[in-house]
Structures are given as C-alpha cells and as structure tokens.
Design a protein around this ligand. Structure first.
Ligand code: NAD
Ligand code: ZN
Length: 341
C-alpha cells in the first residue's frame, strides 16, 4: 500500500510502499478516505530537534483521518465492516492508575499514531477497535478527518463554564479558531481571539468571533474598552504556544479567571507568577482528548449546530502531498486535507 513516510534524516516526506498491516485480535483495519495535516506532521516534515529525538526513520506519519472499516479481529465487538470511523491517535496502556480509573487521556504510557507507531497517511491504518470512533451519517468526511484537532479544541474549551462569560483565545491557528467557535456555540458573551497572522484572523472572523485582534497592530486594552470590559476576561484558552501570548493572557484575565493551556511553549518560557498568585488564577494543562467523553461531545455539538467548516481551507489529492505540506507550513491556511481515494 502507499504511505507517506519519513524516510531520510532531512527536511521532507516521501511516498513509500509498505505491506498492508496485519489485523490483530482486538484491531480494526481502516481503509483511509481522507487525512488532515497537523502541526506535529510539519515538525516531523521539518525534522526539528523534537522529531529527531522522537520519530524513528521509516515511520508512516499522520494521525488525523477518516475511513471505513474493512476488516476486524475476532475479539472486536460493536463495529461492523463498512462503518465509517475516525479515531483516537493516543494508544494507552490500560494498566496504569489513570487508565484503570477511566482517565485514559492521563495515561503515562501513551503511544502516538504516526509518531511512535505507524500512522494514518496510508491507504490502510490498523488500530485497536477501542480507539475507533463511529461517525454519524450527518457528519461529512471532511469534518470527520479533523476530529483529532477539533477534539483538542473541544477538550480545552469545555474545561471551564463559558456561559455568559468573556473569553480570550490566544492563537488563531486551526485549534484556536475551533475553540472560539465552541465558546460562541455554548453561549459565551464576548469571544476575542488574537494572532499576528491576518489570514488566520480572517478565518476566525468567518466563524463569528466578537473581535479578531492582530496584537502587532492593535492594543488588546483598546478592544476591551471598546467592548465595555472593565475587569478582564473570565476564561482564557491558550492556543498559540507563544510565550508572549500567554503572558498577555495572564495580564488580561480577571481575578479568579480560569485558563486552559493547550499551546506548547518552548522550554525556556517564563511567566509572571504574581499574575497567577495575586489574581487567584486557575490554570489547567490540556493533553489530547478525554477518552471518550470529548469524542461524544464532538459529534453531538456538530449535530446541535456548531459550524467549524471555514477552518478547512485546502484539499489536495494525495499525489500532490508536497504542495499540501508547503501550504500547511506557510501559515496561509487553516486545515489542509489530503484525499486518498
Ligand atoms: P498553529 O501553530 O497552527 O497556531 C498557533 C497560532 O498562534 C499561529 O496562527 C500563530 O501565528 C499564533 N501566534 C503566534 N504568536 C502569537 C502571539 N504573540 N499572540 C497570539 N497568537 C500568536 O497551531 P494549532 O495546530 O492551531 O495548535 C495550537 C497549539 O496547540 C500549538 O502550540 C500546538 O503545538 C498545540 N497542540 C497541543 C496539543 C496538546 O495535546 N496539548 C495538541 C495539539 C496541538
Ligand atoms: Zn495507562
């Protein structure tokens, strides 16, 4: 089968021919229809320090996908051939304390599809059936293919009550934009999103934020004054991984504010702890998606009118993968989808 793999220790990704994976007792084999490119795939493409340490050469990358089940192991229950599924790319151990307590997103032995084991940029993907998630008929293949990052946004945004609250989202990447859309959907009052990239702020405007702010050109204080926000933001979603954005968020939070932290800052990022302590801020780190509570919310929020379609900006047939990676790396895109069929 055709796969996109990291074949050489240099920038790039290559088409590779691999055998179709063998289906284990508890596994499903999925014929891939569409995949989406994640920031992680771009790190691996660029062969940065993290990828060099983490990803073995030969690895088929990718973990954002939709496809249909074509084969199942004997132990699989609850699925049938032909079921349309996306899936959780974090394979957990099942025996650590958190796994045993049903908090599988906190497993300390997580293995990542397309990072530590063969991934979804392939004609077929084999994963444990427990990781597959059935996609309701009224949800499109396009949306199903981005369930993984959409799930990051859902996990982050549903961490704190946002009904009637003023919400600041830092970073209008795909996940920040979807987080802002969820804040709007669940009934926040003002949803303000920041970035330094006008293309992406334009996408955020399409999903209906109160204000999309380029912090290089406009002061957040002015925007808050204009909106009549005298005290500060109630809930913050940090979706940039940028230290300056996180610092700015802490400054603009009201006392008692709640901050959910998804963006991954560089190791040397420092913050003003006085902001956290004297304001009594609550900060929660977010990793992945809750298995599988987040997944159910993902499906049902789309069915209850949440609109995230504008975050998908590009489609390419898989043969044009080089172009697709280029567009994704340029910053002038939302989600970029590869068609495998
Ligand atoms: P992205 O890199 O596409 O988006 C980040 C955005 O932040 C970019 O548009 C960038 O221009 C913007 N930004 C840069 N400096 C800024 C500033 N000073 N103020 C405001 N915005 C600024 O990333 P994404 O795919 O949307 O993911 C968001 C973040 O979440 C990334 O840091 C990613 O690594 C991280 N992530 C974490 C998890 C997890 O499980 N914790 C999972 C997926 C992604
Ligand atoms: Zn575990």
């Amino acid at each position: 089968m055709r796969t996109l793999a990291k074949l050489k220790p240099e920038k790039g990704i290559w088409m590779d021919d691999k055998p179709v994976p063998e289906v284990g007792y508890n596994d499903v084999l999925i014929r891939i229809r569409k995949t989406a490119i994640c920031g992680t795939d771009i790190h691996i493409y660029n062969w940065d320090e993290w990828s060099q340490k983490t990803v073995p050469l030969g690895m088929t990358t990718g973990h954002e996908f939709v496809g249909e089940i074509v084969e199942m192991g004997e132990g699989v229950r609850g699925f049938s051939k032909g079921d349309r599924v996306s899936g959780e790319g974090h394979l957990v151990c099942g025996y650590c304390r958190n796994c045993r307590a049903g908090r599988r997103h906190l497993c300390r032995n997580t293995i990542g599809v397309g990072v530590n084991r063969q991934g979804a940029f392939a004609e077929y993907l084999c994963i444990p059936a427990v990781n597959a998630f059935p996609i309701p008929d009224d949800i499109s293949d396009d949306l199903a293919s981005i369930f993984d990052p959409y799930g990051n946004a859902v996990h982050t945004a549903l961490s704190f009550d946002m009904v009637g609250e003023d919400v600041l989202v830092t970073g209008a990447g795909p996940i920040g934009i979807m987080g802002a859309a969820i804040a709007r959907h669940v009934g926040a009052r003002h949803v303000v999103i920041t970035d330094v990239n006008d293309y992406r702020l334009g996408l955020a405007e399409k999903i209906g934020v109160t204000r999309a702010v380029n912090v290089m050109k406009e002061s957040l204080d002015d925007v808050m004054n204009e909106l009549g926000m005298v005290e500060g933001f109630d809930v913050g979603l940090e979706m940039s991984g940028n230290g300056a954005a996180f610092e700015q968020m802490l400054e603009k939070m009201n006392h008692g504010g709640k901050v959910a932290l998804l963006g991954i800052p560089s190791a040397d990022t420092t913050i003003d702890w006085n902001q956290v302590i004297f304001k009594g801020l609550v900060i929660k780190g977010i990793y992945g998606r809750e298995m599988f509570e987040t997944w159910y919310k993902m499906a049902t929020m789309l069915q209850s009118g949440l609109a995230i379609e504008p975050v998908i900006t590009h489609h390419f047939p898989v043969d044009d993968y080089a172009k697709a990676f280029e567009v994704m790396a340029s910053g002038q895109s939302g989600k970029v989808i590869l068609d495998w069929q």
